[in-house]
Ligand binder design. Structure first.
Ligand SMILES: [Fe+2]
Length: 283
């Protein structure tokens, strides 16, 4: 069957195909305010239940292809210590990570999620919610719209994303745990605010917020500037998400180190495009 946006997104509630409609304008305004103030906005029941089942099935059919990794990592997603830095520097604080991805290059050609990510309607809607244009689909062939799998005992420690804007679509909720926590806008281009980052890593909860997502909800999130984590999964049910991402630079991809550590391999594009960032922030 040919795919259509109307079978995936609840267009009656969220007419993202018609950005001039008063209904969607109101929603965009609300999202923009939340993103400006809080770096994060949630659109409940964005994905239709049937489409959610399709996404869950396509992921479950390929669970054997999920790259699971377990390692100790810092908030900048590096596993290697830098002894030239002071002992208490946030880059020298390492935390347990146990997490997996179905890389975007493993997706079937007719994947529901891939279809949704490649629609201009979604891109333009997200751009309007952020109030930023142009934004681009991420050029990283492994990470651009990966499924994320967190099995029982899975944990994603405090970190920043490499891409500027991340969508999180919840596909399956775990029994317990797996709560998304975040510290809005803790860093900005040219300003790492290591002292603030360190406070959070040391356990200060004063700037930490929590978000409880349900299957079908869409979260739009400024992951490069907002430190975030997912608490440990307990119980028997895995947490399934899809994490499509958008960026400001249509050329850039993950660094070779990140690609190897998180997605399990390095492609020629990661080596060719491994250049210093223009925003001055650590990947
Ligand atoms: Fe992240």
């Amino acid at each position: 069957m040919k795919k259509s946006l109307s079978n995936i997104v609840d267009l009656d509630k969220y007419p993202i195909h018609d950005l001039q409609s008063p209904k969607i304008k109101k929603i965009i305004e609300k999202c923009k305010t939340e993103l400006d103030n809080d770096s994060c906005s949630v659109i409940p029941n964005f994905i239709l239940p049937n489409s959610l089942n399709v996404m869950k099935k396509e992921l479950e059919q390929q669970l054997n292809d999920v790259y699971m990794s377990k390692e100790s990592i810092n908030a900048y997603l590096y596993a290697k210590d830098d002894p030239t830095l002071p002992k208490d520097h946030p880059k020298r604080i390492f935390m347990d990570r146990f997490n997996g991805y179905l890389n975007s290059d493993c997706f079937a050609k007719n994947s529901e999620m891939k279809f949704l990510y490649e629609t201009d309607e979604l891109l333009k809607f997200v751009s309007a919610c952020l109030g930023i244009a142009p934004i681009y689909r991420w050029a990283d062939p492994l990470a651009c719209h990966a499924y994320n799998v967190m099995e029982p005992d899975g944990i994603l420690p405090w970190h920043f994303d490499s891409c500027e804007f991340t969508l999180s679509l919840m596909i399956q909720k775990p029994d317990q745990g797996g709560i998304f926590e975040y510290c809005p806008n803790i860093r900005e281009p040219g300003n790492e605010r290591f002292d603030e980052v360190k406070k959070v890593l040391d356990g200060d909860r004063s700037k930490v917020k929590q978000l409880k997502l349900k299957p079908g909800d869409l979260q739009i999130f400024k992951g490069r500037f907002t430190m975030h984590r997912v608490t440990k999964i307990t119980g028997k049910t895995s947490r399934y998400m899809c994490i499509p991402a958008y960026v400001l630079d249509p050329w850039r991809v993950n660094t070779p180190e990140h690609s190897k550590a998180i997605y399990g391999k390095v492609l020629p594009i990661h080596l060719e495009r491994n250049k210093v960032r223009s925003d001055g922030l650590t990947d």
